[in-house]
Design a protein around this ligand. Sequence first.
Ligand SMILES: C[S@@+](CC[C@H](N)C(=O)[O-])C[C@H]1O[C@@H](n2cnc3c(N)ncnc32)[C@H](O)[C@@H]1O
Length: 208
Amino acid sequence: MERADAVRYWDKVYAERPAPADPQPNDRLVETATALPPGDALDLGCGGGGDALWLARRGWQVTALDVSAVATKRLAQLARSRGLSDRVTAQQHDVRDSLPERQFDLVTAHYFHTPYAQDRTAILRSAAHLLRQGGRILVVDHGSTAPWSWNQDPDVRYPSPQEVAALMRLSPAGWTVERADAPHRTAVGPDGRTAEVVDHVLLIRRIQ
Ligand SMILES: C[S@@+](CC[C@H](N)C(=O)[O-])C[C@H]1O[C@@H](n2cnc3c(N)ncnc32)[C@H](O)[C@@H]1O
């Protein structure tokens, strides 16, 4: 999809959705990052911004990127209203074009899916190269179809975290997989419905 069409697509998604007053972090981020010392974090496809705000509140310096200007403007406003502007840099940016030219201690990509094709694993691979030694990339993907999901194709196949790791083609000399599993959780849909869903969780650490 062309850049401008991707912006239009995601801006419409967010503009049609009421802006949550207090966006919450994703469960897998809380599970993973609560024990980590704060540092520099990069949130790929930050969406509503619950993850970026949670990290910033815990002392992280967060660069939050999203192709949707509606999403990043909302996040910047939320960060301002919470006194977190100095910790959250929310930027409208298509990460297919480039990534920040600096290093991070944590890269997160939660449900970084699109209903159109894009070379996601190339982006994740590049992002893994931005990690400092000891830093981690957390990729949390859908592992099942929620009733409110845009894709209700019964034949849809969700790549396993091991398959995503293999597609990222990171050298075992430089990166090690710390977690690759498929836990269940109760998710809440946009209309308030709940359903049991599966996450595909991949956590990779840069070792040198
Ligand atoms: C399914 S949403 C997930 C949002 C958020 N991470 C969450 O957990 O709710 C996917 C997000 O990725 C963003 N996105 C998709 N492709 C992108 C790209 N190439 N560059 C930057 N953001 C992108 C979309 O705008 C959208 O906000």
